[in-house]
Each structure stands twice: as structure tokens, then as C-alpha cells.
Design a protein around this ligand. Structure first.
Ligand SMILES: [Zn+2]
Length: 130
């Protein structure tokens, strides 16, 4: 088990401890930080050579270490966690991606809309320290 866990950490990136997350995630949801999956996801789904900010598989959010881990990003990815509850989600997502591309994919439209509503309720973020 320990070997399996170490292999997962290596391939998917290590889990982010809950106290290092910008906001709480539901029980059973894991956030990992690793380059591999966001890079592959960006190449395939984003239609560009840029890595994705994060990719969600089931209840695991795989966040790109080069992307700031913000509550906006978590909110967006938690929409995908919900979408994954549909057993045919991966198939449906790919079908919509082939039809509409990444940004107009209805699953992404839903996630970006919920992210924008969350950001509007929260208000502007305080300036970051350099
Ligand atoms: Zn998304």
C-alpha cells in the first residue's frame, strides 16, 4: 500500500494537506499538485501547448503546481467533481469537447459560470505580496 501511495504521489503529484488549501473541499475529495496530468490535459483538451490549471478525475483534483491554487480554481474543479457523479460523464465530456471545443463545452460553461458567480459574491481579492 505504501509503495502504491508513493507511486501515485510520483505520477499524480502529492496530496495537498487540507490546511494548505485556499478553501475547504467536501469529504472524499483530494487535491494533488503535479505537472503530468495538467500538461497532458492542456495538450488534448485545451487545444494548445499550454498546461491546464487543473484537471479533475472523479473526486481527485490534479492541480498544476505552476498555477496559483485559489478558491476560484477549487470552485471550478468542484463543479467537475459533481459532473463526474454521472457514470457516463467522461464519455459525454469528450463528445461535447469534439462538438464545441474546450471553452464552449457545456460542462466547462457550467464550471466557468459557477466560478464567476462565486467570484462575484466574494468580491475582489486583496492584492498579493510579491
Ligand atoms: Zn474545467
Amino acid at each position: 500500500m505504501r509503495l502504491w501511495s508513493r507511486a501515485l504521489d510520483r505520477v499524480l503529484g502529492p496530496p495537498v494537506p487540507p490546511d494548505e488549501l485556499p478553501c475547504a473541499v467536501p469529504p472524499g475529495v483530494t487535491v494533488r499538485r503535479g505537472h503530468l496530468v495538467p500538461r497532458v490535459g492542456g495538450w488534448f483538451m485545451g487545444g494548445s501547448r499550454r498546461a491546464a490549471g487543473a484537471v479533475t478525475f472523479g473526486r481527485t483534483i490534479l492541480a498544476n503546481p505552476d498555477t496559483p491554487l485559489t478558491d476560484d480554481l477549487i470552485v471550478h474543479e468542484l463543479v467537475h467533481v459533481e459532473q463526474w457523479k454521472d457514470p457516463l460523464f467522461a464519455l459525454k465530456y469528450c463528445a461535447q469537447w469534439m462538438r464545441h471545443g474546450y471553452r464552449q463545452n457545456p460542462y466547462e460553461v457550467e464550471a466557468y459560470e459557477r466560478q464567476a458567480r462565486f467570484a462575484a459574491r466574494r468580491g475582489p481579492l486583496p492584492p498579493r505580496n510579491p
